[in-house]
Design a protein around this ligand. Structure first.
Ligand SMILES: NC(=O)c1ccc[n+]([C@@H]2O[C@H](COP(=O)([O-])OP(=O)(O)OC[C@H]3O[C@@H](n4cnc5c(N)ncnc54)[C@H](O)[C@@H]3O)[C@@H](O)[C@H]2O)c1
Length: 308
């Protein structure tokens, strides 16, 4: 059985990746320090290790014991606004912790690593939308810089050590298990507020646009990135469709049949105004395209939050 080690596998996206891999018959090991993940999200068929990726020796012990062939790297400090306040912590996890992982990949002869990068925080304000992968990189926050820095490490490890990689630049991922208590994840935050009959806060005028992609589609992109023969590539993973924050709020309100009213606050520094991602490369080379339309994905999300 091919064995895959998934970092951040107790988190929102990572736990869906783990479920899909288990479902497809892979052996899965999860590494997560549970700083932002939940043990209850970890598939019971996966081996779980509560380990901080910044702890090189403990991470090495997991590789030694589980002997994975592939690595999917989802663990990260994910909060854009917090990265502005606390750039050292962001860099410690997203750069140094990730280099620890690369060192394990090198020592334990890993065949391929798939990395959860960002399309929302790397391109800055792109000249053309939807943005392609060759759009100049211009991160506006420490989180974007740390993700980009690690992509550069991946390129360098490929050159130096022949480690294959695929870096997936996700758009705004949403769906069941997203944390509504953090500052990232507008769909989860709005959904929880709407269901609790509280007043959601929209930063700025709400006309800023995002590319919303459903988490199970993102999990499939990770699977395809492992399966397809790509040696050293970066892929956008989104829908190519721009939706404004006001529109998302309106849709959630309608689908949940709620009469809550959002209030507006000042815009947040470090966040882009408009973004959507061209995913033609993933379609051609990973044989991947999103299949869940926004209304269906939002319905599934509301359903999960209601049941929770
Ligand atoms: N959610 C999005 O819209 C989005 C967009 C672009 C990129 N991403 C990337 O996707 C990945 C997954 O994001 P998510 O939304 O599922 O976030 P999440 O916080 O739910 O998942 C991250 C997981 O990593 C774990 N983790 C954090 N620091 C760790 C450490 N030092 N050692 C071990 N585990 C650690 C957390 O406990 C958590 O379970 C991240 O790399 C994130 O940067 C997410």
């Amino acid at each position: 059985m091919v064995s895959v080690l998934v970092t951040g596998g107790a988190g929102f996206i990572g736990s869906h990746v783990v479920d899909l891999l288990v479902d497809q018959g892979y052996g899965v090991t999860v590494v997560d320090d549970l700083s932002h993940g939940f043990l209850e999200y970890v598939n019971p068929k996966a081996e779980f290790h509560k380990v901080d990726i910044c702890n090189q020796s403990k991470l090495g012990d997991v590789f030694e014991k589980e002997k994975p062939s592939w690595v999917v790297h989802q663990a990260a400090h994910i909060d854009v606004r917090d990265s502005v306040k606390n750039p050292v912590h962001d860099a410690r996890v997203n750069i140094l912790g990730s280099i620890n992982l690369l060192e394990c990949c090198r020592k334990y002869d890993i065949k391929k690593i798939v990395f959860a990068s960002t399309g929302g925080a790397i391109y800055g304000e792109p000249e053309h939308l939807p943005a392609k992968e060759d759009q100049p990189e211009a991160p506006l926050c420490p989180y974007g810089v740390s993700k980009l820095a690690f992509e550069k490490y991946l390129g360098m490890y490929h050159q130096l050590h022949d480690l294959d990689y695929a870096s997936l630049r996700y758009a705004n991922v949403y769906g069941p298990r997203q944390d509504p208590l953090g500052e990232a994840g507008v769909v989860a935050i709005f959904t929880q507020k709407i269901l609790d009959q509280e007043t959601p806060l929209i930063y700025g005028d709400g006309e800023q646009t995002r590319d919303f992609v459903y988490v199970k589609d993102v999990a499939k992109a990770n699977l395809q990135a492992l399966r397809e023969k790509t040696r050293d590539k970066i892929f956008n993973i989104g829908t190519g469709i721009e939706t404004s924050v006001n529109e998302i709020y309106g849709k959630l309100r309608d689908l949940a049949e709620s009469d809550t009213r959002a209030v507006h606050d000042k815009p947040v520094k470090g966040e882009v105004r408009n973004i959507s991602l061209d995913c033609g490369l993933a379609e051609r080379e990973l044989k991947w395209a999103p299949t869940t339309n926004l209304n269906l994905g939002l319905q599934e999300t509301i359903k999960w939050f209601r049941e929770k």
